[in-house]
Write a protein that binds this ligand. Structure first.
Ligand SMILES: Cc1cc2nc3c(=O)[nH]c(=O)nc-3n(C[C@H](O)[C@H](O)[C@H](O)COP(=O)(O)OP(=O)(O)OC[C@H]3O[C@@H](n4cnc5c(N)ncnc54)[C@H](O)[C@@H]3O)c2cc1C
Length: 265
């Protein structure tokens, strides 16, 4: 048997989903299942109930406002982001989503699931921090909005608490963004990554170097390397990279992403 026995519910509204999550301590939201089902198979997580969000149209869709603000439903898949004409208002979104894993993962995996799992090797947490995304979290008692910088709290830990759901992500207008990664093979897991956005100054968010993205600000692209050094990164070592090598990659990738954002690559 692959999975331990688990209750399954497919609510018809966000309110019903929130009620199920609030009533069952052991309930977990199921989005694309590309992380959750795998960790359940490995017995690393063992929820009592899966609350399947796939029937909730309120959590899907990409809306582009007249001022360029994008509102993206948490259940929007990577493939939908890649193909969306609206999402091209912030081209980096589709560009990065197109490099995540393989077609199967991109067809099922969602922007909400990616940020809610907060795997430090995922592509989207640093990207959300670099471009100033705002996360809307709903519970039975209402909604709150959390900036990406405060959303990621630890490995597999975010501001979404028990009985809550991430419903949408709001991204301000902007085009000067960049992303760079060193991965295991083509489109594989990141060993280190960096997302950057230029808006007067340069904002860079580094992934894979800590439990949460490390945000570094610099006055210009030329100052990014020094700003990363001042952050005194102490990344983890693993079979893919020593701490020192990962810190070196972070600096190289930060500069690469910033140049990409500024269009000087
Ligand atoms: C072979 C393979 C390679 C991969 N490589 C990469 C990679 O290189 N880069 C990368 O970024 N990702 C990678 N992934 C992970 C993939 O992107 C997942 O899709 C993503 O991490 C989780 O999204 P999901 O929609 O599948 O969420 P799920 O697996 O369904 O859920 C993940 C977690 O988020 C919670 N959750 C989901 N949605 C919500 C919500 N709206 N509100 C509250 N909680 C929620 C769930 O309860 C669960 O704890 C890979 C996955 C596979 C299988």
């Amino acid at each position: 048997m692959l999975l331990r026995e688990v209750e399954y519910a497919k609510p018809a509204s966000v309110a019903d989903a929130l009620a199920l999550l609030a009533a069952n301590d052991g309930a977990r939201a199921l989005a694309g299942g590309q992380t959750l089902i795998n960790v359940m198979k490995a017995r690393a997580a063992s929820p009592d109930m899966l609350v399947d969000l796939n029937g909730l149209d309120d959590l899907r869709g990409i809306d582009l406002a007249a001022d360029g603000t994008l509102t993206i439903g948490a259940m929007t898949t990577y493939t939908e982001l890649v193909r969306s004409a609206e999402a091209r208002a912030r081209p980096i979104l589709g560009e990065v989503c197109a490099t995540i894993a393989d077609v199967q993962v991109r067809n099922r995996g969602t922007i909400g699931g990616n940020v809610c799992s907060n795997d430090p090797t995922n592509h989207l947490p640093p990207l959300m921090c670099a471009i100033g995304a705002q996360m809307t979290i709903a519970s039975a008692s209402g909604e709150r909005t959390v900036p990406a910088d405060d959303f990621f709290l630890g490995v597999y830990l975010t501001a979404v608490g028990p009985g809550e759901l991430l419903t949408k992500i709001t991204i301000p207008a902007g085009k000067q963004d960049g992303f760079a990664a060193v991965t295991l093979g083509t489109d594989g897991t990141c060993i280190a990554n960096a997302a950057a956005s230029v808006n007067g100054s340069v904002r860079v968010a580094l992934g894979c170097v800590d439990a949460v993205p490390v945000v570094v600000e610099a006055g210009s692209v030329d100052e990014v390397g020094d700003a990363v050094e001042r952050a005194e990164l102490q990344p983890p070592s693993d079979v893919h990279a020593s701490s020192e090598y990962r810190a070196h990659l972070a600096k190289v990738l930060a500069v690469r992403a910033a140049r990409d954002a500024a269009g000087s690559n």
